[in-house]
Each structure stands twice: as C-alpha cells, then as structure tokens.
Write a protein that binds this ligand. Sequence first.
Ligand SMILES: *[C@@H]1O[C@H](CO)[C@@H](O)[C@H](O)[C@H]1NC(C)=O
Ligand SMILES: *[C@@H]1O[C@H](CO)[C@@H](O)[C@H](O)[C@H]1NC(C)=O
Ligand SMILES: *[C@@H]1O[C@H](CO)[C@@H](O)[C@H](O)[C@H]1NC(C)=O
Ligand SMILES: *[C@@H]1O[C@H](CO)[C@@H](O)[C@H](O)[C@H]1NC(C)=O
Ligand SMILES: *[C@@H]1O[C@H](CO)[C@@H](O)[C@H](O)[C@H]1NC(C)=O
Length: 295
Amino acid sequence: MRPTALIPALCCVVALVLSFLCLFAGHKKGFMEDYHYLTLNTSRIGQNLVNSTLDLPDNPFTNLINNVTSSFGNEINDATADLAEALGIEDWYSAHLLDYCYGDYTPAALANATVKQDDIHKNISGCSNRTAAFAFNPTTIIENALNESGVDVSLQDLNWPDDIQRGIDALRILTKTMFILYCIAIGFIGVSLLAALPAVFASGRLAACLNILVATLAFIAIGLASALSTAVIVKGADVINKYGQEVGVEAHKGSKFMAITWAATAAMFVALVLWCVETCIGHRRRRGTYVAKHG
Ligand SMILES: *[C@@H]1O[C@H](CO)[C@@H](O)[C@H](O)[C@H]1NC(C)=O
Ligand SMILES: *[C@@H]1O[C@H](CO)[C@@H](O)[C@H](O)[C@H]1NC(C)=O
Ligand SMILES: *[C@@H]1O[C@H](CO)[C@@H](O)[C@H](O)[C@H]1NC(C)=O
Ligand SMILES: *[C@@H]1O[C@H](CO)[C@@H](O)[C@H](O)[C@H]1NC(C)=O
Ligand SMILES: *[C@@H]1O[C@H](CO)[C@@H](O)[C@H](O)[C@H]1NC(C)=O
C-alpha cells in the first residue's frame, strides 16, 4: 500500500468528473445551464430596423412593427418594443457540447433605472434534442424560429449578415472535433484512473511507467480539448460580436465552461507530475535499499 499514489489517483478522479461535466453540462433543462460555451443574446434582434423601416410602407416588417408596438401601446420608435418576442425568437440561445438551450431574460432583457444589470437572469424554457457531435448554428436556429412563429419575416428582412454564417461554418469542424476530443480525453482519464489503482497497492517500475504513459496521453487529450474549445469560444464570440452588432445580436463567452475544462487539464497535469516524482523517488528508494544490502 502506497498512500502517496493516492494523490495522483485522486487528481484523476477530479479530472474525470470535470471532463464529464464539460460534456454533459446543459444536456437537459436545468442541469448546469451556466456552463455553456457560448450564449447568443438575441433579445434586441432587428432593433436597428425599427427606425429605418418607417419610410418603407411595403416592407412586411413595418406591419409587424406596427402590430407589435400597437399591442404594447407604444410609439413605433420605442426602443423597448420586444421585437424578438413578436418574431417568435427567444431572448437567448446557449450552446453546449450535446445540444442548445433557450429562454428569456428575467425580469427584463435590458437594464433600466429599476432593474440593474446584475439582477438580470436567464430563465430557461427548454433545450434541443441531444445530438452527438452537435454543431451550434445560430442561423438555422433563428430561421426555424421565424418559420415556426408564422410571421412573414425572413432572415433577409432582418439583414442577417452572411459573414456570421461564414464564421460559424469555419468553426463547424472544430466544434465536432471538440466533442470527439472530450470523449477521447474521458476515455484516457478513465484508463489512467484504473491504472492508478494497482499502483496504490503494489510498487514496481513497470506499473509506474504505465501510469506515466497513460497519464501523458490523458493530459494531451484533455489539454487539446481545452485549447480547442477555448479557440472556438474566443473566435465564435468575436465573429458574432463583430458582425452581429448591426442586427442587435451579441455573444457571451462561456467563462465557467473554460474554468472547468482548464481545471480538468490542471488536475491531469498534477497527476502526471506526481507520477513522475513517484517513479523517481521510488526508483531512488529501491536503489538505496540495494546499495545498503549489497555494499
Ligand atoms: C443583450 O444584448 C443587448 C444589445 O446587444 C444589450 O443591450 C443587453 O444588455 C444584453 N442583455 C444581457 C442580459 O446581456
Ligand atoms: C429611433 O429614433 C429615435 C429618434 O428618432 C431615437 O430616439 C431612438 O433611439 C431610435 N431607436 C433606435 C433603436 O435606434
Ligand atoms: C424597468 O424594467 C422593468 C421590467 O421590464 C419595468 O417593470 C420597469 O417599469 C422599468 N423601469 C423603468 C424606470 O423604466
Ligand atoms: C420562467 O419561465 C417560465 C416559463 O418557461 C415561467 O412560467 C416563469 O414564471 C419564469 N420565471 C420568471 C422568474 O420569470
Ligand atoms: C426530438 O425528439 C423527439 C422524440 O424523441 C421527436 O419527437 C422530435 O421530433 C425531436 N425533435 C427534433 C427537433 O428533432
């Protein structure tokens, strides 16, 4: 029994749990929705058009806005008119590894004199069906929402920028690779944990080397998965914020997701370092015994 081998084994447990959470966060309504990798804030979608379509009486949009604003009893250029709701679009869509979730902001999407920015929370309405290697595609999601709501407004009417789609398409392969890397990482971390158990109860160079080998593979896999997901988050948010601004769409980075994925990577790194230390010390200790016995 080597109690020192318990610590790297424990690190593997932590890394395993965190990687599982990365993969399954938000896989159903109410399960760690905060741990999305990207959230799209569509609550102000089309707001830029509220004013500009005033002079175009033929635009289907003008009628819609008239309906919306009259139902709210507001002036047509009132910036508080909730166009997203009239269009059947949710306030936000959050991307997870297996699906996306959606809902509204409570108590309101915009901060005002009485509602502070910190008081605004996401109220989740539901999540999409789970899909392996799911690729978040805002264009399709919003298009479907528009189709389902039955309003006579298309993405073109909203001036939805093609550049968003181009940016998202470029990230598509990366998003799918991300899923595969998390699965591989979970596999290696699991094996690493299993390989750690014999090491706790028996000592030997072979077991220690095996531990180092498997822990290295696990570390590389979770490290790559974390690096890739960080790239997708940063790049995806950049693209959406850059081109989405003109249509009133913005993206929020999933900082909590990044925190747990890098924490898993760190745990695996510590496990790897501890196995190396363990092997060196174990080796020196054995050699010491040998020298003492045989002179
Ligand atoms: C949503 O986006 C709008 C416009 O981009 C912004 O004014 C608002 O503060 C955002 N809401 C939240 C809760 O982030
Ligand atoms: C629309 O125009 C009015 C003034 O004409 C301005 O006060 C308001 O902020 C504009 N709304 C938007 C969303 O640009
Ligand atoms: C702020 O927003 C809330 C929720 O929409 C609303 O009830 C309240 O009247 C608003 N306050 C002001 C000062 O506009
Ligand atoms: C959250 O949304 C549900 C419907 O999806 C609604 O019944 C509930 O009142 C909302 N909660 C808040 C705090 O607005
Ligand atoms: C989700 O799954 C249910 C049954 O599992 C199915 O009826 C429904 O059509 C699916 N929805 C989508 C959008 O695929």
